[in-house]
Structures are given as C-alpha cells and as structure tokens.
Design a protein around this ligand. Structure first.
Ligand SMILES: Nc1ncnc2c1ncn2[C@@H]1O[C@H](COP(=O)(O)OP(=O)(O)OP(=O)(O)O)[C@@H](O)[C@H]1O
Ligand SMILES: [Mg+2]
Length: 325
C-alpha cells in the first residue's frame, strides 16, 4: 500500500460576498450572497515510502489547500485521502504522531519564548519518553547547528535561524510523513541551501515520505526526482522532473549587465536567443548544456560585461508552457 493515497480529492471554499462601504456591509448583513471557490478539483496521486515529491504550481493553484487536507486541518468537499492508512480528517491521535506539516509562512514556535520551550511543549503533546526526546533533540541540534540559539527568544532570531528551529520542532517526534509548504521562502541562498541539505539527509536516512512545495526551481532540482504540478486546482503533470525539464525548460537564462558604452543587439545575438534587451543589460536564453560556455565566451569577448548571472527557468514559466500546450 502506498504511504499517501489521494483519490478524486476536491475542496471548495464557501465564502460570502461583501460589497464595499458601509451600505455594502449593511446589505450583506441582511442578504448574504454565498460564493464558492473551487480550490482543488478531483486530484488523484499516490506517494510511496521514502519518496520526496515536489508539489508545484503558481500562486493560488491549490497546493496549501491540498497539504491542509492531507494534514486533517481541512475537511475535503469530496474524494478520499489515506495517509499511512489513516483518514486525516478524523484527526486521530495515532495519526498526529506520525506526520508533520511545516509552513514557511506560518510559525509553530512561540515567539516570546526561546525555541527550546516549544520543543519541550511538543514533547508533552506527542507524549515522548524523556530518553527518546533527548536523543532526537540532540541529533537535530547537531544536524542543524542550533546549539547556540536554543535559549534566545524566537522573535530575536533571524528568519533562517527560526526556520531551522521550526523544522526541529516539527521533526522531534520523528514523523514518517512530512509536508513542507515553502520551507525556504524568504531565506537567503546560504540558508536555503542548508535547509535543502537537511531535507535531503532526513529523507535518505529516515525513508520519510515528503511532499515539498516551493517556488524556487533550485530547491526542486536538487531534491526531487518526481514532481506533481497543479494549476487552477487540477493536476497537469505528474512524473519525472528530468523529462519535464528536457521538454519544457531545455534552456537556462543568462542575465548580463554591461558597463558604460553598453552593447548592441547585433553584438549579443550570436550568444543566444535574446529574451529582454536594453543596451546596459539583457537576458539571453541558451541551451542548458551551453550556459557556462556562453558565459565564458561573453566574459572573454570585447563587450563591456560587468556581471553575468546564470539562472534556472522559473517554475511558473514551466507551468505556463505546459498549460499553453
Ligand atoms: N479560506 C479561504 N476561503 C476562500 N478561498 C480560499 C481560502 N483559502 C484559499 N482560498 C482560495 O483557494 C485557492 C487555492 O489556494 P491555496 O492557498 O491552496 O493556493 P497555493 O497553491 O498554496 O498558492 P501559493 O503558491 O500562493 O501559496 C485560491 O484561489 C485561494 O484564493
Ligand atoms: Mg500556499
């Protein structure tokens, strides 16, 4: 049996329309027009033990809604969810002890207390024996290198430090299934890398099934072999990431800035397809395998190159391309 099994899962939110202004408030008080937002529409997928799957899609696609249903926070409108054999919406204690949901945009840690206090609180919530708690905590403290920040009030920590502590809090009880909703959002590249390394290691060592959402292609490329892409509540791709990239993102993007004097279109054209141009900076698309060579060629040319950045195509661009076909 798969670890996560989702069948024809749907969620529509009910909400009420409110018109602007005082009169609008008054009117909607007397007569409320009920509206529905279909956030997730009949999605199906299954995920096995130890799989680390990227869950991608543009803003409002339905990712968080899906993860909330998998966690039992939201009740599905229709369809079925089974995680480790449990039905999440029943909110059984036995299930609570086996999964964790980490949201980059929302904190679990208590802001006015040091992180260690939340860890101890979680020990009680998850009914962990002393020795098990200590063993897990020590391991995570070392893995994340957070020994020196344990006793500092959470609100005084940097974003990256706080995110590490958030993950530790979520992992203390050794969940078998992990839902990570944008765990790297807003972090600088160094902190992002650390979080990624950690996720990778945790997945490999513990054979945890992980669903990861992120808007950063870098996260996905480094961590996920399989991706599920959702748009407007529907799954539009479920499969191998490499195939997807070969098909929809065969190029990388070079952003080149020039010093005084700039460069003309004609001078740049031979280096690749020009996606954006002005004399002092341009964006060039080059085949994936040639990105580095093109950068070197540009640097050793006569052009007054000031800086070059090599980037992945953004996830949202890939989604747009799939959707357009
Ligand atoms: N409480 C709510 N009431 C009404 N509509 C909602 C509610 N929460 C979300 N929605 C709508 O459901 C849709 C899916 O939202 P969801 O948060 O799942 O998207 P997402 O894929 O996580 O997006 P993002 O990348 O921006 O986090 C959106 O159209 C959103 O406006
Ligand atoms: Mg979201």
């Amino acid at each position: 049996m798969a670890t996560i099994e989702v069948k024809n899962l749907s969620k529509s939110y009910e909400y009420y329309k409110k018109e602007r202004g005082l009169f609008g408030s008054f009117k909607s008080f007397l007569f409320r027009e009920k509206l529905y937002a279909e956030a997730v529409k009949e999605i199906s997928f299954s995920i096995n033990e130890g799989e680390l799957v990227g869950f991608l899609g543009p803003n409002g696609a339905g990712k968080t809604t899906t993860l909330k249903m998998l966690s039992g926070i939201l009740y599905p409108t229709a369809g079925e969810v089974k995680v480790l054999g449990f039905t999440p919406s029943k909110r059984e204690k036995a299930y609570q002890k086996q999964f964790a949901l980490v949201m980059g945009q929302k904190n679990q840690l208590l802001r006015d207390l040091p992180a260690i206090e939340t860890f101890v609180l979680n020990k009680e919530i998850y009914e962990m024996p002393d020795d098990e708690f200590k063993r897990n905590l020590d391991e995570l403290i070392e893995l994340f290198e957070i020994k020196d920040i344990l006793d500092i009030q959470v609100r005084k920590l940097s974003l990256g430090q706080r995110m590490k502590c958030e993950l530790v809090a979520a992992l203390l009880h050794k969940p078998k299934v992990l839902f990570l909703d944008e765990p790297t959002i807003g972090l600088d590249v160094v902190a992002q890398k650390k979080i990624r390394d950690f996720i990778k290691k945790y997945n490999q060592e513990k054979k945890t099934a992980i669903i990861l959402t992120s808007h950063y292609m870098e996260d996905i490329r480094e961590l996920c072999r399989r991706v599920i892409i959702i748009n407007l509540g529907k799954i539009i791709y479920d499969g191998n990431l490499e195939d997807l990239i070969r098909k929809y993102a065969p190029h990388k993007v070079l952003t080149v800035t020039f010093n005084e004097g700039g460069a003309s279109r004609e001078q740049i054209e031979k280096y690749g397809e020009i996606a954006e141009y002005n004399p002092y900076g341009c964006v060039i698309k080059t085949p994936r395998s040639e990105a580095k060579n093109t950068a070197v060629a540009l640097l050793s040319s006569d052009l007054p190159v000031d800086d070059i950045l090599i980037d992945e195509v953004e996830i949202d661009d890939v989604v747009r391309q799939i959707f357009n076909r």
